[in-house]
Design a protein around this ligand. Structure first.
Ligand code: ADP
Length: 153
């Protein structure tokens, strides 16, 4: 089934929002396939944010992402890349819609609580970037048949 990457950023770690973020994913019925706490290295930041390397705010991203360890989550579900992106909301927390993680929990464009993969193609690359194959777990949710109808899976 489809998988995506979600990073619980230092802004969430420092503000006591780890449980809040995970709770929203759980309540949506998504399956936690992998999870680990780690410090992002400079090389990993440059690779992960390669599309922003030439932006003037890149040093800000680096400082923000290395302020504390973060928690990397691999999340699984039907259409999960799009579902998690919608749950996340717009990049700028001040513009993200209420009801979204960023809209409810962030007032900043940089300290915006989570990273989430923005396409299926990037989700595959990003899950592989943060997780080894043996760190992704395949187990069946007991509530599976109450989360999805049979013809949706
Ligand atoms: P998203 O995280 O919504 O996919 P981007 O890939 O455009 O957005 O940006 C990656 C991260 O870089 C953002 O989540 C945010 O933390 C930071 N960022 C983006 N734009 C800015 C900005 N103008 N100033 C400071 N930080 C920014």
């Amino acid at each position: 089934m489809e998988k995506t990457l979600l990073l619980i950023k230092p802004s969430a770690m420092q503000r006591g929002l780890i449980g809040e973020v995970i709770s929203r994913l759980e309540k949506k019925g998504l399956r936690m396939a992998g999870m680990k706490m780690m410090m992002m290295s400079e090389d990993l930041i440059k690779e992960h944010y390669a599309h922003l390397l030439d932006k003037p705010f890149f040093p800000k991203i680096k400082n923000s992402m290395t302020a504390t360890p973060l928690i990397a989550c691999c999340i699984e579900g039907v259409g999960v890349v799009d579902v998690v992106r919608k749950l996340t909301g717009a990049t700028n927390g001040r513009e993200a819609l209420p009801g979204t993680i960023r809209g409810d929990l962030s007032s900043s464009i940089s300290e915006n609580i989570v990273h989430t993969s923005d396409s299926l193609e990037n989700a595959i690359i990003e899950v592989n970037r943060f997780f080894k194959a043996e760190e992704i777990f395949e187990y069946r949710q007991v509530a599976h048949s109450f989360i999805y109808a049979g013809d949706e899976v």
